[in-house]
Design a protein around this ligand. Structure first.
Ligand code: PRP
Length: 209
């Protein structure tokens, strides 16, 4: 049986729809209930919903064989997993942003508010730029507006949140999209099943484009 970690929310639901279309459906997951783990022995699959930022932890430690996760989470955690496919969903970018028209001076220590301290540290280390990280857990956009930070490093999807708060993107750090990842041991021992699933997803994507 393949154990699949799905990120709770829209991305996970979309990913499940793809699996279902390819013959990995699990009727129980579609019922209106509050269960978190769902099995379908007929299709040899077991799904569970995880917090999106935890998916890579389940997969890395082998509690799930495969999972769907944003590239942002993989980069932030530095997860030791195989990245099998770019699913082309959940597209957005990691960007530096700040108050419109107020690019901070380059000679001062930059105060950066973010949920992604490792991505931020690596990005500025590559530029030898001195920074102070202010780690927050959400609503990052508020930080520069209240003078808590000079800039933010955050996900930009449509850009609406920035725009409506008088902020603007200054630099793109990296493009982000959803990835199919696999536990390294599972990939070896369940190679046929996981490989077959990847082939089907790839064929489906090719047919769509
Ligand atoms: C994310 C991100 C931005 C917003 C960007 O927030 O942190 O705030 O989406 O989307 P946009 O460019 O389409 O406006 P999320 O909804 O994940 O909530 P958060 O405040 O907890 O980060």
């Amino acid at each position: 049986m393949i154990h699949i970690a799905l990120p709770k929310g829209r991305l996970g639901e979309k990913a499940y729809e793809i699996f279902k279309k390819l013959g990995y459906g699990c009727p129980e997951i579609e019922e209106d209930n509050r269960k978190l783990i769902f099995e379908n022995r007929e299709n040899d699959v077991c799904y569970f919903w995880a917090k999106p930022s935890d998916v890579s932890v389940y997969v890395e430690r082998g509690a799930a064989d495969i999972g769907i996760v944003g590239k942002d989470i993989l980069l932030e955690h530095g997860s030791d997993v195989y990245e099998l496919l770019d699913l082309g969903m959940g597209k957005c970018r990691m960007a530096v942003a700040g108050i419109k028209g107020q690019r901070p001076a380059a000679d001062k220590t930059l105060r950066v508010a973010t949920k992604f301290p490792n991505i931020t540290r690596n990005y500025y280390a590559a530029q030898s730029r001195e920074i102070e990280i202010i780690q927050l857990n959400g609503s990052i956009e508020i930080a520069p507006l209240l003078g808590l930070s000079d800039v933010i490093v955050d996900i930009v999807e449509t850009g609406t949140t920035l725009k409506e708060n008088n902020l603007e993107p200054f630099e793109t750090i990296v493009p982000i999209s959803a990835r199919l990842i696999a536990n390294k041991a599972s990939f070896k021992f369940q190679y046929d099943k996981i490989h077959a699933l990847c082939e089907k997803i790839q064929a489906e994507r090719n047919a769509e484009s």
